[in-house]
Design a protein around this ligand. Structure first.
Ligand SMILES: Cc1cc2nc3c(=O)[nH]c(=O)nc-3n(C[C@H](O)[C@H](O)[C@H](O)COP(=O)(O)OP(=O)(O)OC[C@H]3O[C@@H](n4cnc5c(N)ncnc54)[C@H](O)[C@@H]3O)c2cc1C
Ligand SMILES: Cc1cc2nc3c(=O)[nH]c(=O)nc-3n(C[C@H](O)[C@H](O)[C@H](O)COP(=O)(O)O)c2cc1C
Length: 582
């Protein structure tokens, strides 16, 4: 049988795979397969897309799909676009912005960009280099490149979808032709993103493609792999790892799963589905004059985000209630400053007005899960998964505030209770081959994935060395998993450990100071092929750690600053500098 042509609407590796199966099939097997696919299609209502007699093959039009992602949402959507484009006869190429060579974009005819915003209006860590190049003066012209941008973000952040907005602007400024309007999507992006993808692929598909391409609909959505479904877990351990005299509360949570733990790897996270604090919800409903509404109360506790106050919320409030002061706040351009450090409850308390359940609900969005790094390896703990969760508590504008998920865990989950979670794989934060050295920098809860790394390396008897930098406030009260590290140092799963306790000495010592102290060995390990991992606070720590490493290269190798910077860029390009920060 003649092989399936390269122009078929499949990826190259899929064509190879099909050729391997169909190429060796007997006539009976081929006839069965044809009948099966046709029947499958008809049974799922896709009669319009029946297998048509082979039309003369036409080279599929290329589509470049670039994504800038940190926690995988944009990456997943890039895959969805590729699938949909392929079905429409396009030939998609998916590129992680981390690997993007800008010159390659100039030869793209059609381009889709999916970009998430991180930090405070920053690109995802892996995408920083290519993003800066795109924004810089040396960026190539993109005259005539047809493009569309999908921006992902979170309306809780002041710089909502900033990176997507800037990429969209920049592609146009470089001569690109915007053929699909940008959408800026919040955390509940699934449906609008699917709609945008459908529209974008339609626009980007040449008009004659439908008639000439063999369109095969395999019928319905493939079922999601079971390991990334939402599953219920039982809490088998719930322990505060800080001492009772610490001003922090960090919960070690052990979860067990009736039908086996999801197939997680070290470096993955679990999305945890929280509930809101009933005390907060009751106060909110009382302020809104809706205290007796039990249905709304239950809905608010279980499934709505009733704490976030975004610019959009304030605008919706003004629109739904016509409140004069709120309108004035927006008109004067003061709303953005006013919402900083405030929550929905402040809006209702400060600008009270008669509300009904529908109006109040319209101010909220679906309650989103929170990600927590998995702090265990299945090879050591079997069908369990461990999490390390720090209770977020602070005061602002005269009110005591509590983070939704972390306090749901710290205050309302108990041993024997149940919680819903979903696996969030992260293949960009995985262990290297067992013979490679690893350097792990994880202050505070940033240490969680490194407990998984160390357990995994012990279980696999990895020969590579491992070096952990940990930090927190005090040695006595905040040394998370201290006994685990001592055991690991004893049995060799951990080769070295350096600690920085910021409140034990008059001047504050952080992990970046320890990196600097150990710079000679650090550079030696890295030049010997070690992998460098950073996890935890994105706002200050991750930036300070990177800066310390640049200075370490400059000092140890007597390099000018640009060359030292280049040494770290090289590590990033080689994917030996890996971050999971939040
Ligand atoms: C990939 C990934 C892995 C993670 N792993 C872990 C982990 O292992 N352990 C862990 O504890 N967390 C981890 N996190 C963070 C976690 O997902 C939550 O963001 C965190 O627990 C807070 O959630 P919350 O619902 O309690 O707080 P929320 O209700 O979401 O409130 C947090 C918000 O409160 C505000 N806020 C917080 N502190 C202050 C302050 N001092 N002043 C003013 N405003 C403030 C900020 O707007 C902040 O965004 C991870 C995040 C990601 C993305
Ligand atoms: C620590 C952190 C910082 C974030 N900062 C922003 C931000 O400044 N602006 C924004 O619109 N979204 C922000 N987001 C939301 C992400 O863009 C959003 O979760 C997005 O879906 C992530 O996509 P990704 O998985 O492709 O990285 C932030 C999320 C986290 C966890």
């Amino acid at each position: 049988m003649s092989p399936i042509p390269k122009t078929a609407p499949f990826a190259d590796e899929e064509i190879d795979l099909l050729n391997r199966v169909v190429g060796t099939a007997t006539p009976v097997q081929r006839a069965w397969l044809a009948g099966f696919l046709a029947g499958l299609d008809a049974s799922t209502g896709g009669a319009h897309a029946l297998v048509q007699p082979a039309a003369p093959a036409r080279p599929a039009e290329p589509l470049t799909i670039a994504y800038a992602s940190e926690s995988g949402n944009s990456e997943k959507l890039a895959g969805d676009i590729a699938k949909s484009a392929r079905k429409n006869g396009l030939k998609p190429t998916v590129i992680d912005m981390a690997d993007l060579d800008l010159a390659a974009l100039t030869s793209a005819k059609k381009l889709v960009f999916i970009a998430a915003t991180w930090g405070e209006g920053d690109p995802p860590a892996r995408a920083v280099r290519a993003y800066n190049e795109l924004m810089g003066e040396g960026a190539p012209r993109l005259d005539g490149v047809e493009f569309g941008v999908l921006a992902l973000g979170d309306t809780a952040y002041a710089e909502f979808c900033l990176v997507g907005k800037k990429i969209d602007e920049r592609l146009a400024a470089l001569g690109g032709k915007r053929v699909v309007d940008r959408v800026d999507l919040d955390l509940d992006f699934a449906e609008p993103a699917a709609r945008w993808i459908g529209d974008a692929v339609k626009v980007l598909t040449p008009p004659n493609a439908g008639g000439r391409v063999i369109e095969v609909d395999f019928g319905g959505k493939p079922a999601a792999p079971a390991s990334t479904d939402i599953i219920e877990a039982e809490i088998t351990e719930h322990v505060d790892l800080n001492s009772s005299r610490s001003d922090k509360e960090t919960i070690h949570l052990a979860l067990s799963f009736e039908n086996g733990a999801p197939a997680y790897e070290p470096g993955d996270s679990l999305d945890l589905y929280p509930e809101n604090d009933p005390v907060y919800v009751d106060e909110l409903l009382k302020l809104a004059g809706l205290a007796g509404d039990e249905r709304l109360r239950s809905d608010f506790i279980k499934s709505r985000d009733v704490t976030t106050l975004s610019l959009k919320t304030v605008e919706t409030y003004a629109e739904k209630t016509g409140h004069h002061y709120v309108k004035a706040l927006i008109a004067d351009g003061q709303a953005r400053d006013w919402i900083a450090g405030r929550q929905l409850i402040d809006l209702i308390a400060t600008f009270p007005i008669a509300l009904d359940a529908e109006k109040l609900r319209a101010l909220t969005r679906p309650l989103a899960p929170r990600a927590y790094s998995i702090a265990s390896s299945r090879r050591e703990v079997g069908d369990e998964a461990h999490l390390l969760i720090s209770a977020v508590r602070y005061d602002s504008h005269g009110r005591a505030r509590k983070g939704v998920a972390s306090n749901f865990v710290a205050e309302r989950l108990k041993r024997g209770g149940r919680v819903r979670v979903k696996l969030k794989p992260n293949k960009h934060f995985a262990l290297p081959a067992p013979d490679k050295d690893v350097i792990m920098v994880g202050p505070g809860t940033g240490v969680a994935p490194f407990r998984a790394f160390v357990q995994e390396r012990r279980a696999t008897e990895a020969s590579g060395r491992s070096w952990l930098f940990f930090g927190d406030r005090t040695f006595t009260h905040d040394f998370l998993y201290q006994l685990d590290w001592q055991d690991a140092l004893k049995d060799g799963a951990l080769t070295r450990m350096d600690v920085a306790f910021s409140r034990d000495t008059p001047e504050k010592i952080y992990v970046q100071h320890k990196l600097w102290d150990r710079r000679a060995e650090l550079v030696e390990w890295l030049e010997g092929g070690a992998y460098f991992y950073v996890c935890g606070d994105a706002k200050a720590m991750a930036k300070d750690v990177r800066a310390a490493l640049v200075r370490a290269f400059a000092d140890v190798n007597a390099l000018p600053p640009e060359a030292a910077e280049q040494a770290v860029v090289t590590l990033e390009r080689e994917k030996r500098y890996l971050q999971d920060t939040y």
